[in-house]
Design a protein around this ligand. Structure first.
Ligand code: KMH
Ligand code: ZN
Length: 274
């Protein structure tokens, strides 16, 4: 079994300080959260950017600032979001890919997203996949429901992505696939041979689904983007607490934790120059 890759998703596009006062907004705050998460065992940083007042932005200038600060202090694999926030145009959403980060997300279909709709038409997916490919970036295929794996297969047939690939199962978004463990098993059964996968359980599903992934050889995403609680009713003080919790569970069951260098090897990414 490969060592466990832990992705930290420190801020997302939806959660605010009204939900948890410890949500980072500025590049310095986001970078500090990434640094703490790295110290606890995170190997990948799934990044979104915010305006100083907390509004989500896909401005590449803000992403650049975050990436420079994170990369100066850690060797975390940088993964930018092309999901952005519901309602953004695809031109806005794709903008950070121009920075040529190591990874970028590629959502493989449209899904109801709470009260909104997270739109990813076939044309949109091809637009994002083409940009990600053109910039030499590795996609993480975001799967919010089972049919999205079939959409990924269509993209592969069109040679816009390659298999095996790295998938992230986002489970428990209202409107998407639920956090029932049987759904996780089903999603795993659908992905192409040799692919890797992580699970991002939303809210109370984060740690239980992550624990299953730890035990059966998947990988895990944690962080304020998906969940703000350390345990029932207890707000996490930092993303690092969530990383530390899943790392502790991994240690307890004997699953080694991947360093960023080991994660690069698992994902087939070139190693970062020292
Ligand atoms: N904020 C969500 C609408 C991604 O990062 O690629 C989409 C999202 C997915 O967060
Ligand atoms: Zn995201």
């Amino acid at each position: 079994m490969d060592p466990l890759m832990i992705t930290v998703a420190p801020v997302g596009a939806e959660v605010t300080r009204e939900h948890n006062p410890n949500v980072p907004y500025t590049p310095a705050e986001i970078a500090e959260e990434c640094y703490r998460a790295w110290n606890e065992g995170a190997s990948i940083a799934h990044l979104h950017a915010r305006m100083p007042d907390g509004r989500p932005t896909q401005d590449p200038g803000v992403y650049r600032e975050i990436i420079e600060l994170v990369s100066a202090r850690t060797d975390l694999i940088i993964q930018v979001s092309t999901g952005g926030a519901v309602g953004m145009t695809r031109e806005q959403r794709v903008a950070p890919v121009s920075l040529k980060p190591e990874m970028a997300t590629l959502t493989c279909g449209t899904v109801n997203f709470g009260d909104g709709i997270f739109v990813n038409s076939q044309e949109d997916m091809e637009f994002f996949a083409s940009a990600i490919k053109a910039h030499g970036v590795k996609p993480e295929l975001e799967i919010f429901d089972a049919g999205m794996v079939e959409n990924a297969r269509r993209l592969e047939k069109k040679k816009l992505i390659e298999f095996p690939a790295h998938f992230d199962f986002v489970m428990g978004v209202p409107g998407g696939i639920s956090g029932d463990p049987r759904n996780l098993m089903h999603l795993i059964s659908l992905i192409p041979e040799g692919s890797t996968w992580s699970v991002a359980g939303i809210g109370r599903h984060e740690i239980p689904l992550g624990t299953i992934a730890v035990v059966i050889g998947g990988h895990v995403r944690v962080g304020f983007e998906d969940n703000i609680y350390l345990s029932r009713g207890v707000l996490a003080k930092s993303n690092a607490e969530l990383v530390a919790k899943i790392a502790r569970i991994a240690r307890e069951v004997g699953r080694p934790i991947a360093s960023p260098a080991e994660a690069r090897k698992i994902l087939g990414l070139p190693q970062r120059a020292a």
